[in-house]
Design a protein around this ligand. Structure first.
Ligand code: HEC
Length: 144
């Protein structure tokens, strides 16, 4: 009987500990998301807003919008690669055709690409999930 109570208590303690652990993990991730979003916005204004405009609305038929953009939502890897290595060829964004070369920003680090990506996906659809540097490094390693 006594050993049964102990076993129960142990389970309760483990559950409690696990509960608070996952809560603090969630907060840390929320904080990391906010840091990436804020840094990403700064980098976007520096490297991308000349063409895509400060709020991501694009410019006429020359530069496509990034917010909102159906192309953005459906071509995650192409966009990660494009930021660093450039992009060219015909693309359709929200039903409008664009075909002009976009220069890449070769100097961006993997983390900076992840921060800009976190920001533009947030800007496009309110996505509150951080795009991690690990994820981005893996994609950049296999760009065409
Ligand atoms: C010199 C102007 C210029 C700059 C600077 C630039 N882009 Fe682009 N971007 C373009 C053009 C032009 C296209 C269309 C490419 C094509 O026709 O294939 C494009 C396409 C895109 C697309 C895919 C289409 C869409 O709108 O969803 C994304 C996303 C994008 N750019 C994001 C960025 C980001 C992020 C940066 C900054 C790191 C950036 N661009 C910097 C001109 C630019």
């Amino acid at each position: 009987m006594i050993s049964n109570i102990c076993a129960l208590n142990r389970t309760a303690i483990i559950l409690l500990a696990f509960g608070s652990f996952s809560v603090s993990c969630q907060n840390a991730e929320q904080l990391a998301f906010t840091q990436y979003r804020v840094q990403g916005e700064r980098l976007y204004q520096q490297h991308c807003s000349n063409c895509h405009q400060p709020k991501g609305k694009g410019l006429a038929r020359l530069y496509p919008p990034v917010a909102p953009s159906d192309y953005l939502r459906n071509n995650f890897e192409k966009i990660i690669c494009g930021m660093k290595f450039g992009m060219e060829g015909e693309i359709i964004v929200n039903g409008v055709m664009y075909n002009q070369r976009m220069p890449g920003v070769a100097a961006l680090t993997d983390m900076e690409v992840a921060q800009i990506a976190t920001y533009i996906y947030f800007l496009d659809s309110g996505n509150k999930k951080r795009i991690t540097t690990t994820e981005v490094s893996a994609i950049l390693g296999r760009c065409p």
